[in-house]
Design a binder for this molecule. Structure first.
Ligand SMILES: NC(=O)c1ccc[n+]([C@@H]2O[C@H](COP(=O)([O-])OP(=O)(O)OC[C@H]3O[C@@H](n4cnc5c(N)ncnc54)[C@H](OP(=O)(O)O)[C@@H]3O)[C@@H](O)[C@H]2O)c1
Length: 313
């Protein structure tokens, strides 16, 4: 692979989605830097990144000088921090302002398109923090790309279908007919590195909504039944039950149920039109193909991706 000019820093690159971005950045030939805490528990993964050619920089988000010095070395910054650290990204924005010269910043979005939807209060509070970061990036005049990656495919297939458990039944949220967008994490990694360095995606929202990856829970179960030759009992959880749980569960356990409600009952990955200034990734890269949901289920048959930490338990 030819050396690619832009140097890319991935903050929280050891995380669930960050690790796909680090591998994609290396694969696409970018000099790749990973910012990771000195006390990170991910030393094996960091060693793997290093052996692939990445530069590991040890630091906390609050280490302003350290952050500024690494930012001076790179062109593009992708933050893949997790939910509890979303507002800490204000520290990244401050450091980018001081460093100067950053050609593009991608804050940790990578989910629903927060500027277009309205959801149950626990999830809304989470999205409001992400919106606050977007507004701070714009106010600081930092060139940006805001990525709406929609559902992480393997993550949600593991959660919905539980292929790693030998269950006879599958839980269906609501009627099961609402359409959602499921994208394979490896593709999210590749497309994110592509848009991060693409002038057409500068100061734009990019949505990953390929037509091949729009599917309802019932369609997903039916595809899985065909592939496995099994028939599952479907246990429906009503909209009211989920809405009640979102009110009664303590914070932050009320967030995952609110996400299930928003995505699989209200359809927030699909229930709005893509804005005229926004870009859909498969239109931007017609020659690059997203792994279809059908192909992703084939991967689950023969080499099942491991479940992420059980965020929805
Ligand atoms: N669309 C979807 O389906 C979906 C699903 C899940 C998540 N997401 C989104 O994806 C983004 C990343 O989430 P994720 O689940 O991939 O993250 P994650 O794996 O939970 O964490 C990312 C990294 O953050 C660092 N970290 C952990 N605790 C920290 C702390 N106290 N202070 C600073 N850094 C800390 C760790 O890196 P080090 O140990 O190396 O420092 C960790 O590897 C978020 O915006 C999230 O909302 C979307």
């Amino acid at each position: 692979m030819a050396r690619n000019e832009n140097k890319i820093l991935i903050i929280a690159g050891t995380g669930y989605i960050g690790s796909y971005m680090v591998k994609a950045s290396i694969k696409l030939g970018h000099p790749t830097y990973v910012y990771s805490r000195p006390n990170s528990s991910k030393s094996e993964l960091l060693n793997e990144f290093e052996s692939m050619g990445a530069v590991i920089v040890k630091g906390e988000l609050k280490d302003h000088e350290k952050l500024v010095s690494v930012l001076k070395e790179v062109d593009v910054v992708i933050s893949a921090v997790a939910y509890p650290q979303v507002l800490d990204q204000l520290k990244i924005i401050e450091a980018i302002k001081v460093a100067g010269g950053i050609k593009r910043f991608l804050p940790s979005d990578f989910g629903c398109e927060e500027d277009k939807i309205s959801v149950l209060p626990p999830f809304q509070a989470f999205l409001d923090k992400k919106k606050k970061i977007r507004r701070a990036v714009e106010a600081a005049n930092i060139p940006y790309t805001f990525v709406s990656a929609n559902c992480f495919g393997a993550y949600f297939i593991n959660y919905l279908l539980r292929p790693y458990e030998q269950r006879e039944e599958i839980t269906v949220y609501g009627s099961g007919q609402t359409k959602a967008v499921l994208n394979f994490e490896e593709d999210i990694g590749i497309y994110t590195i592509k848009v991060a360095t693409d002038p057409r995606a500068c100061d734009r929202v990019v949505l990953y909504r390929p037509s091949t990856n729009i599917i309802s829970q019932l369609e997903l179960i039916s595809l899985w039944e065909k592939k496995t030759g099994r028939t599952f009992k479907k246990i429906h959880v009503s909209e009211e039950e989920i809405a009640t749980l979102s009110k009664t569960l303590p914070d932050p356990s009320n967030i995952p149920v609110s996400i299930l409600h928003s995505v699989f009952i209200k359809g927030v990955t699909m229930n709005f039109d893509i804005g005229e200034n926004d870009i859909e990734a498969s239109v931007l890269y017609p020659d690059l193909k997203f792994t279809t949901v059908d192909e992703l289920l084939d991967i689950f048959m023969y080499d099942p991706p491991k479940p992420a930490h059980a965020a929805f338990e």
